[in-house]
Write a protein that binds this ligand. Sequence first.
Ligand code: T1G
Length: 657
Amino acid sequence: MSETTAFSSTVSAPNSVKASNGILIVTIDNAPVNATSADVRTGLERALSHAEAAADVTGVVITGAGKTFIGGADIKEFGKPAIEPTLPAVIEKIEALSKPVVAALNGVALGGGLELALACHHRVASAAAQVGLPEVKLGIVPGAGGTQRLPRLIGIPAALDLIASGRSAKAEEALSLGIIDEIAQSDLLETAVSAARKLAGKPLRRTGGLTVATADPAEIEKASAKILAKSRGQKAPAEVVRLVTSSTRPFAEGLADERATFLALRDSREAAALRHVFFAEREASKVEGLESVEVRPVSTIGICGLGLMGSGIAVAALGAGYTVIGLDQTPEAAEKGRERIIGLLERNLASGRLDQTGFEARKAKLSATASDADLAPCDLVIEAVFDDLAVKTELFRRLDKVVRPDAVLATNTSYLNPDDIAAATAYPGRVLGMHFFSPAHVMRLIEVVRCAKTAPDVLATGLAVARKLRKLPVVTGVTEGFIGNRIFSAYRREAEFLLEDGALPHEIDAALEDYGFPMGLFAVYDMAGLEIAWARRKRQAATRDPSIRYVEIADTLCEAGRFGQKAGRGWYAYPEGKKAIDPEVTAIIEAARAKKGITPRTFSKDEILQRLLNAMAAEGETLLAEGIAARPGDIDLVMINGYGFPAYKGGPMFASN
Ligand code: T1G
């Protein structure tokens, strides 16, 4: 006879409540994150009905198996016909039960998971538990009571902060806010059972019946305005503000409005785009053929070149717990680099992102040198030296003599061919590309370049290190500019075609910013500087195919010394540092049109956008056909995380569907 009763294939409880003094301990076991699937909801409903009816049951504890309480509603069910019971129905049953229901948060309680816990009559958490309502990150609002119950527990300002940001709160903060009632000092389940027993037979605090504490209208107004300003055209944050600030109305009315809003947003294009991004991020790290490959152990990372990029990589590596040995050309340069890294850590300390213990631990794991020999203990060396083939190959040849044969060598090159660098080393199989995006301690994206000879376990090691750096690794094949710069070059080229055809820089930038890019292409161009691209175009001039359309406008700007914001003028003028349309640039563009005999026409924002999106998607299709990118979602992730493409539009490949 089984020891447990299975209320469904994912929800069970021990047969007898004797051992738990009349408390029914209900466990949700729905790998990988205990999402509230239809089976989970059915099991919970049956367990609650049993608890209500069973004379020997005096209370209920609900907990999760594994490291997660409940990771949320089952996103994979979105877009499919609803299956009863809905999550709100199960949650309503919990809150209305005549016997106490205690949530035992054994791990993260997110989205519907936290909403279920909020309807319980008491919440106990393990010290490692975290809670949050991240629905806005999926383009939706909480759909099972979160916007109505959370303000009843913690007030409107705190609820606005958590729900509109989608951030998680650790157990300590959740306790101080009033989201949870206690943190288990010993065994979580024992603490929860004891809490349920104390509540048995007593009047129960039903969250839905609580009154929302009055808050300072000015504070609410200020918080709301900040959220709306940050939402940059997304719908969900604005709806969160509306639902939470109106949670003082009758509970049933608020629930109905919340549910209707959730359903409408769930079926929106914006939510579909964000779900696409969510799943694409998880797909990106699944590389065919690497499933059973063992990664090489990495604990010490060498970083060659301690400039802006190298020092950013060092901060990320130190933050992930690695020992870091920095190398630069001279002892002075090495010391300067070490100071730059410490300076970045001090900035994190000052901002509260890092505490003193963390700062000291990182500092203790950092050293800098001008001597190659000091890199001997490194398991992985990442070079971020000047982007010149001779410089990089010479460095890797020196490293061949210093590090172990099984140490991994990674090049951070943006535009060189990593195969050429690998070919110059003694063990090409240990070479791969790790193309970080600057500032490397902030930007999540790393393009992990699979060179022709990269060994599978070296690629797997690069991916594992990238994930430990809390980065978003996307594998790319070898091509000039990899995925991101190939797409960027294609859409920059199309934008310059548009200039010749009749559009102006500020019109193109306005179209991109209206679509959701934080900055237009030409403004970005001016910020990055025009000279590097100009130098590359000059190198390519001799071999350029004259039959392919080439726009000379950017060359003309550079020849006139208009290198961008740093030079005080580029695509725009910058009087007192403020971007302004420059009639000189308009004249240069008009002259270029005349030289090619082009009769300019005006373009609507939609026409401009469509041409740019089509150019990105077309280049993406080429990258897929060439095998440079493994899947469309990878291309979307690169453009969203490296080039400002708005996530709530899903990326160029999603947007082209
Ligand atoms: N639904 C379905 N699948 C999910 C899922 C979810 N909510 N969360 C994760 N997965 C899958 C994921 O795709 C991956 O699948 C595997 O689980 C491991 O995920 C009504 C409507 C919980 C912190 O937004 O933040 O509740 O690749 O790699 O690093 O108001 O998953 O193995 O096939 O991320 O340990 C709100 C989303 C939903 C939380 C665990 N909840 N999930 O992190 O694992 S909407 C969220 C996460 C909602 C209610 C509304 C994380 C995690 P595969 P993983 P992890």
